[in-house]
Design a protein around this ligand. Sequence first.
Ligand code: X2X
Length: 337
Amino acid sequence: MNRRSFLAKGVAASSVATWGLGWPRFAHAAEFTYRIAHSLPVNHPLHIRLEEAAKRIREETGGRFELLVFPSDQLGSQTDVMSQIRSGAVDFFCLSGVILSTLVPASAISGLGFAFKTQEDVWKAMDGGLGAFIRGEIAKTRSLFALEKIWDNGYRQITSASRPVATPADIAGMKVRVPPSPMWVSLFKALGSAPTTINANELYSSLQTRIVDAQENPLAVISTLKLYEVQKYCAMTNHMWDGFWLLANRRNFDALPKDVQAIVQKHLNAGAMAERADLARLNTDLRQQLTQKGMQFVEADTEKFRQKLQDAGFYSEWRKKFPAAGWEQLESVTGKL
Ligand code: X2X
C-alpha cells in the first residue's frame, strides 16, 4: 500500500468511528478513490453538502467513484494543500479565490472591498462573465481548474475582543488576523489597522492567546468555528464577499472516464447551489444565535469604511493590478467602483 492510499484509508476509517458515517453500501472497493480538502468544520453547510454530493456520486457511478471529504484542514493548512493540489497529491480543494490569488493573482478580484452591494449581484457576476474570467485565469495554471459553480463563504464581518469597531477610527492600529493574501493585507492596511496573515487552522488559537485582537469572517464561520468563545464584538461591516472555488487537479481529473467526470461535476455543482441556499437561510438566524452565545453586535458605518479605502488609494491601486478585462466584468455588475 502506498503512502497516499494508506493515509486515505486510515483517516476514512477514523472518520467512520467519529461520525458514524458508515461504509458505502457497495461491497467492492471503488475503482477510483479521490480526496477533497477544505477548512471548515463538519457542521458547516459546505461540508454537509460535500458529503451529500459524495454519496450521490457513489450511487450514480454504481460505487465506482468514491470521494473522501477531509474537513477542518485535516490534510494541512490552506497554504500546504495549495501545493498538494498542484502536484496532484490531493484531487480537489475548496479554496477562497482571494487566497488562491497568491498563485492566480486575478482570482482576488471578486473579493475587492465593498464591491458587491447585494447577494443577487454576487451570483450574477460569479455565475456570469466575472466567474468565467476568473476560471479562465485559473485554467491557465494548467495544473488546476475550477468547477463552474463557486461555493458561498459569505459577506465578511469584523469581530474583536477589546473594543467594538463601528468606524475606521475604532480599528486604527488594531491587530487583525487576515487570511494569507495581498488583497486582505492591503484592505486592512488601508483601513488603518495592523493586519497579520494567519492560516485558518490557527485562527482560533491566535485569538485565544491574543496574538491578534480581531479577525473577520462570515457569520456562518464565526458560528461553526466557535469564534464567539474568544471574541466579544461583531461589527456588521460586510466589507468583502468571499466564495470557495472547487478546484480540481487537472491530471487526476482527466484520468477519470468521461461518464464519471460528468457525474462528479454534476453533483458537485448541484452541491454548491444547495449550499448557497443553506447559507442564505442560516444568515437570518445566525445573528440571534450568536447574540445568545454572548456576542455583541455593532452597526458599522460602512460608508465611512468605504470612503477610507477610497482615500487610501485602495481602488486605484487594485484597478492597476487587475487585468482590464476582469475589472470591466466586475464593474458591469457593480457599477463604477
Ligand atoms: O480562512 C478564513 O478566514 C476562511 C475560513 O474564511 C477562508 O477559508 C477564507
